[in-house]
Design a protein around this ligand. Structure first.
Ligand SMILES: NC(=O)c1ccc[n+]([C@@H]2O[C@H](COP(=O)([O-])OP(=O)(O)OC[C@H]3O[C@@H](n4cnc5c(N)ncnc54)[C@H](O)[C@@H]3O)[C@@H](O)[C@H]2O)c1
Ligand SMILES: O=c1ccn([C@@H]2O[C@H](COP(=O)(O)OP(=O)(O)O[C@H]3OC[C@@H](O)[C@H](O)[C@H]3O)[C@@H](O)[C@H]2O)c(=O)[nH]1
Length: 345
């Protein structure tokens, strides 16, 4: 059947598997049961907060706590509509759910490169397991893919129709090639088994609850500025990224899950900054006395990255609201609390 990658509408060859009979029950209105894999992590825990606001939702988190923490979910501990399971997605999970937000995967380069074989297993076997679950129970599944599928992009900004420029044997491949295979699996299950899929290509996201020593650039710079340490710009510093505040990201993910388009759809903030500009902004806003230091970079670092969000605007009615200059102080406040560094008056 027809498939149109540019407008996010892909037709399955089979009808979707039937959901639980309770969904259509006339006498018992069940809650929507939602699984969030990786829900103890940065984006996942914000997503859980938003999903829990809806009293019709029951949220189950499955996480192995590699980069996430129970602390991120402590406010939901003991809540009757919330459940937290220590589970590694490389193992099958047998539960009954209606929707799956599949986020489980380390996202910061220092963590995903730490155990690359585990990272690729998480992306490939983990996604297979979650698709198997979706197939068994007739659930809709959303994968958080990444802008890294575009590799070191030769097209700028990146539309979803761009196939990317990825090194298949580099040190980042466990993550970027892993996510590319995960996208392939999603579409194969969709075409072959009729599974309802959604794919978000997430661009760099920042906000409260990022691990303080996460290693990603925004968390590094804010922690360094608060600790009076030099901001470490990795050479050449002219490489660009586009930073999306986490509440905007969560809004985009929920719209994608609830809408009619499979994606892949870019979700990110098109405001583009060089790493030198980012360091200068953090310095100006948080600690004007701080030094900016150039340090060595890591292999295959993408030189430019900026989402084309035409599809997200058109299909999801979504665009980001929070500018970098407004989001950084919100993250600073959270880091000050966690680091115990008060603001000087
Ligand atoms: N934050 C970003 O800028 C960004 C950009 C693109 C894509 N993404 C994607 O979004 C998702 C969430 O990213 P994040 O920034 O919140 O990262 P994160 O590292 O804070 O969260 C990932 C979560 O997944 C869990 N996890 C890892 N491996 C697992 C496994 N095998 N089984 C079960 N749980 C596992 C971790 O413990 C953690 O709680 C990831 O899939 C990531 O690839 C994030
Ligand atoms: O201290 C630092 C850390 C990083 N950087 C630079 O900042 C840029 C961004 O690096 P990050 O580690 O934050 O993130 P990257 O953009 O490389 O990867 C991210 O991309 C999208 C997601 O899938 C993941 O969250 C992550 O892989 C890179 O150019 C890096 O060289 C610094 O200049 N200084």
């Amino acid at each position: 059947m027809a498939s149109n990658a540019s407008n996010g509408e892909h037709k399955a060859t089979k009808p979707p598997p039937t959901p639980s009979p309770l969904r259509n029950s006339k006498f018992f209105q069940s809650n929507m049961r939602i699984l969030v894999t990786g829900g103890a992590g940065f984006i996942g825990s914000h997503l859980v907060d938003k999903l829990m606001e809806n009293e019709k939702n029951e949220v189950i988190v499955a996480d192995n706590y590699f980069t996430g923490s129970k602390d991120n979910l402590r406010k939901w501990n003991g809540h009757p509509r919330f459940e937290l399971i220590r589970h590694d997605v490389t193992e099958p999970l047998l539960i009954e759910v209606d929707q799956i937000y599949h986020l489980a995967c380390p996202a910061s380069p220092i963590f995903y490169k730490h155990n690359p074989v585990k990272t690729i297993k998480t992306n490939v076997i983990g996604t297979l397991n979650m698709l198997g679950l979706a197939k068994r129970v007739g659930a809709r599944i959303l994968l958080t893919s990444t802008s890294e599928v575009y590799g070191d992009p030769l097209v700028h900004p990146q539309p979803e129709s761009y196939w990317g420029n990825v090194n298949p044997i580099g040190v980042r491949s466990c993550y970027d090639e892993g996510k590319r295979v995960a996208e392939t699996l999603m579409f194969d299950y969709h075409r072959q088994h009729g599974i309802e899929i959604r794919i978000a290509r997430i661009f760099n996201t920042y906000g409260p609850r990022m691990n303080i020593d996460d290693g990603r650039v925004v968390s590094n710079f804010i922690a360094q500025a608060l600790r009076d340490e030099p901001l470490t710009v990795q050479a050449p510093g002219t490489q660009t990224r586009s930073f999306c505040y986490v509440s905007d990201m969560v809004d985009g993910l929920i719209r994608l899950m609830e809408g009619e388009n499979t994606g892949p759809i870019n979700i990110g903030n098109p405001g583009e900054f060089t790493m030198i500009e980012l360091a200068e902004t953090v310095k100006e806003l948080i600690n004007p006395k701080i030094e900016i230091k150039m340090v060595e970079n890591t292999p295959d670092d993408p030189r430019q990255r900026k989402p084309d969000i035409t599809n997200a605007k058109k299909m999801l009615g979504w665009e980001p609201k929070i500018k970098l200059r407004d989001g950084l102080p919100l993250m600073e406040a959270d880091f000050r609390l966690r680091l115990g560094v008060a603001k000087k008056l």
